[in-house]
Design a protein around this ligand. Structure first.
Ligand code: FAD
Ligand code: NAD
Length: 405
């Protein structure tokens, strides 16, 4: 009998967790496992704000996929997925097509611009490691050009960050540490630089613990970061952004750098796959399968699950993506054995938001924390993710060990 083929799309947190757990559970003769990813490397999406601000090199954020998979059990194909046809059970890539018996879609997130004019064209977004590198280089170019030009354009030194969710705040934390370094490196007077966060909701980190939010805002303001709260960005142009300040009141802010961090959606390919979805996210069944498609699993940011306690979707996080990867692998193994699948329930351990690599806020195991303690915990969480995928070797190679900074 032909061995079943399991095709996993995307080697982010969800895809790699699935593959690493499948290779642990299945012998070489049980199934063919194929992993398809755009790049030959995995990047830690949760560190992209550091690569974007320039506080960490893009190289430090990524590692070779082949270093964590067992080549005897998993065939890795570096290719860009261009189409998913769940009716014909075919995946198309830029280098060929693949049929499957089981498909795992873990293609991750894209920045959401909500159709706001100009954002797609004029704002930058840290959706992957190449985009993060572009942000870093764009900012450095503005500083370098300002210091060189005869007639100084101060809007080169204005940076707008759209969105004060976790991504926006973590990026601002890094900028708070990076801007003084840039000023020194490019001979720019610190008072010329403006970093402004524009948030649509009436508070920073909407929905998060207010006491911790106050701490974060205080710390960021102390580093010179400004906030404009309750003022949605409504347009971006090559010169800057327009923000809405009241019923009929708008303000145009000149800025050569606009980084959009105001939300995410699932991967666009989902929308053309024939699977029912909302903004490219699929409301999955309890065992992580796509409704009506018993051979298709969805994990990570392309999956949507409702937290019934609060009747709202769980936020798309790496924490959940990795847990889903584990469960997805277990459920595929169960199906191969003819056993029933299990229900996925997230085991939420808390969330920590960094404010640079020396400060953070968070709630972990029910306890609130700030400052160095929270920062230590955040680095431990980052290292744990490496450990779960690549064991001690990967953790020692890529981990964060400036734990007490
Ligand atoms: P991803 O990690 O995005 O991986 C998707 C993979 O698919 C990538 O390797 C990509 O290259 C590949 N891919 C995409 N399209 C194609 C294609 N067409 N063909 C082939 N391959 C493709 N969550 C937390 O829990 N804790 C945090 O501290 C945290 N910090 C974050 C910080 C930042 C700056 C950001 C942006 C997000 C953060 N998140 C955090 C959220 C977390 O990063 C995501 O929830 C997580 O990455 C989702 O995992 P995933 O496997 O679904 O997708
Ligand atoms: P988000 O949706 O959590 O936050 C986006 C923010 O942008 C919101 O505060 C929203 O009000 C604001 N916004 C929306 N439209 C706007 C507009 N027109 N103008 C100005 N502001 C606008 O998105 P995110 O911060 O990118 O996070 C995405 C996911 O990744 C979340 O699930 C988050 O929990 C997760 N994440 C987690 C961490 C962490 O745990 N440390 C870090 C980063 C991201």
């Amino acid at each position: 009998m032909k061995r079943p083929t399991i095709v996993v799309l995307g080697a982010g947190y969800g895809g790699l967790s699935t593959v690493v757990n499948l290779q642990k559970s299945l012998g070489t003769d049980v199934a063919d496992i194929v992993l398809i990813n755009k790049n030959e490397y995995h990047y830690e999406s949760t560190w992209l704000h550091e690569a974007a601000a320039g506080t960490m090199s893009p190289e430090s954020v990524r590692y070779d996929i082949k270093s964590v998979i067992n080549g005897e059990k998993v065939k890795f194909i570096q290719a860009e997925v261009t189409g998913i046809d769940v009716k014909e059970k075919v995946v198309t890539t830029d280098v060929g097509t693949h049929t499957y018996d089981y498909l795992v879609i873990s293609l991750g997130f894209e920045g959401e611009t909500f159709g706001i004019p100009g954002l797609d064209k004029y704002a930058l977004s840290m959706a992957n490691v190449k985009a993060a590198r572009q942000i870093r280089e764009h900012i450095e170019y503005q500083f370098a050009t300002w210091s060189l030009e005869e007639e100084k354009d101060d809007s080169r030194l204005t940076l707008i960050v759209g969105g004060a969710g976790f991504t926006g705040i973590e990026f601002l934390g890094e900028l708070g540490n990076r801007v003084p370094e840039l000023c020194k490196e490019y001979d720019v007077p610190a008072e010329k630089v403006r970093v402004l966060c524009v948030e649509a909701a009436p508070m920073v980190l909407p929905g998060f613990d207010p006491e911790l939010v106050d701490y974060a805002v205080r710390q960021l303001k102390a580093k010179g970061i400004e906030f404009s709260i309750g003022t949605p960005v409504v347009e971006a142009t090559p010169e800057g952004v327009n923000i809405k300040k009241g019923e009929d009141e708008f303000e145009f802010i000149k800025a050569r750098t606009v980084v959009w961090a105001a939300g995410v959606r699932g991967n666009r390919l989902i929308e053309e796959s024939g699977i029912e979805n909302m903004r490219a996210r699929v409301k999955v069944d309890k065992d992580l399968r796509a409704p009506g498609h018993s051979d298709v699993f969805i994990v990570g940011d392309c999956a949507l699950m409702i937290n019934e306690e609060v009747n709202r979707p769980y936020p798309p996080t790496a924490q959940i993506a990795m847990q889903q990867g584990d469960m997805c692998a277990n459920n595929i193994v169960a199906l191969l054995k003819g056993e029933p699948t299990s229900v996925f329930t997230p085991d939420l351990k808390g969330s920590i938001c960094s404010l640079g690599d020396d400060d953070a806020i968070g709630v972990a195991f029910g306890k609130k924390m700030t400052g160095k303690k929270a920062s230590f915990m955040k680095k431990m969480v980052d290292n744990r993710a490496l450990f779960l995928i690549g064991g001690v070797g990967l953790t020692l190679k890529k981990g964060k060990f400036n734990l007490l900074k």
